[in-house]
Design a protein around this ligand. Sequence first.
Ligand SMILES: Cc1cc2nc3c(=O)[nH]c(=O)nc-3n(C[C@H](O)[C@H](O)[C@H](O)COP(=O)(O)OP(=O)(O)OC[C@H]3O[C@@H](n4cnc5c(N)ncnc54)[C@H](O)[C@@H]3O)c2cc1C
Length: 412
Amino acid sequence: MTASGSNVDLATWRVEVRRWLAATVATPVATDGPPDFAVFRNLSDADEHTLLENVRAYRRARHDAGYGALTLPVEQGGAGLPALFATAFAEEERAYAVPPSTELISVTTGLVGPAVAMFGTAAQRERFVGPMLRTDLLACQLFSEPGAGSDLAALACRAVADGENWVVDGQKVWSSGARFADYGLLLARTDPDAPKHAGITAFLVPMDAPGIEIRPIRQMSGGTSFNEVFLTGVRVGDGLRVGAVGNGWRVANATLSFERTASGSVTRRKGGTFDDVLELARSLGRAGDPVVRQELADLYIRTVLRAATAGRVARAAAAGASPGPAASVGKLVASDVLTRTGELAVDLLGSRAAADSGAEFAWTQHLLGAPGYRLAGGTDQIQRNIIGERVLGLPAEPRVDKDVPWSALSRS
Ligand SMILES: Cc1cc2nc3c(=O)[nH]c(=O)nc-3n(C[C@H](O)[C@H](O)[C@H](O)COP(=O)(O)OP(=O)(O)OC[C@H]3O[C@@H](n4cnc5c(N)ncnc54)[C@H](O)[C@@H]3O)c2cc1C
């Protein structure tokens, strides 16, 4: 077990991490074979299941060694360490053949677990937080709906009180990993006559409850990590309500802020990187081309700026300040770099990017997956709105429906 808290010396801790990884994972990362630049994995359900089990075995060992939720406060089940430690852990991890994480693992440990830790009752924290952080329980995010994405507060999924239970009816969409989840953090409308942000409540819904139907959605990258989730007369006990009735918007905002911070951080590797593009340019004999050099320099500068932005958010978090709206800057810059990395690689490859095997296909997988990160956790445009209004203090977008009861709003 490692020491927790802010008095731990980073260099000493790093040596311990290296020792633990060498003893636990043992296998160094493979340098032969085709590279893996996939942003989303394109797996059959059976392969996804196997991958999840491998990741869970590793995450459990990591959690038990005290390296689970590194930055979460100790009282919420984490190690209470500054974000620099998470970055250091990720750097050390990169040298080992650690099973690649999946959306569902990140949503469980990075979004739903911390949200329950923050808003749940003592009983809920006891029952769910440890098992979620250890990945014994997996949880998806049931927020978006066909008519509520950027305007999430417009959501129409209804939860009606019935004695000690709530009866839920509605449809969710783009629910990453829902087919493999034990629970879903659901936002539902409990008071249609309150203004749209006020009448929402959060629940943890067992994904095997009668009345839940999950249908996979095929993505352009080939995989089916997304799902539609239909809820018909689903009964959820009041003990699974997260936070007060009508307080769901606060739960949603906190969860989205965790998501934006995670998307902007440099701890998770997604797709190819600047170094991979540079290697590609060299292997194609293009690194001396003046135009290519200029594009590489541009990508390098953006990559460094992205790391600096992530560092600033991490330092703010280490100083105890919530990154809040500033997390949107990190998320926006990270999605931009991911997109440009794939575009430059494909420019270099030309028609070879259409090949269906080897290194070329690895870049195709990057290119097809990257746009998803410009949408997930709030689109680029929504991040710009947040930055404009809440970071730069520019005039707010007109919101004519802000104080109108949700039931009085026109919906298409
Ligand atoms: C990889 C990925 C994973 C996801 N995982 C989940 C998940 O697990 N659970 C979940 O609930 N959801 C998930 N989502 C859904 C995601 O939250 C939504 O896609 C996102 O919020 C955008 O909503 P929308 O798709 O309905 O687009 P819309 O809201 O319909 O937006 C359409 C376009 O209009 C623009 N737009 C909308 N409003 C404004 C505005 N006010 N100002 C300027 N432009 C605007 C948008 O930027 C966008 O370009 C995921 C999405 C992706 C891509």
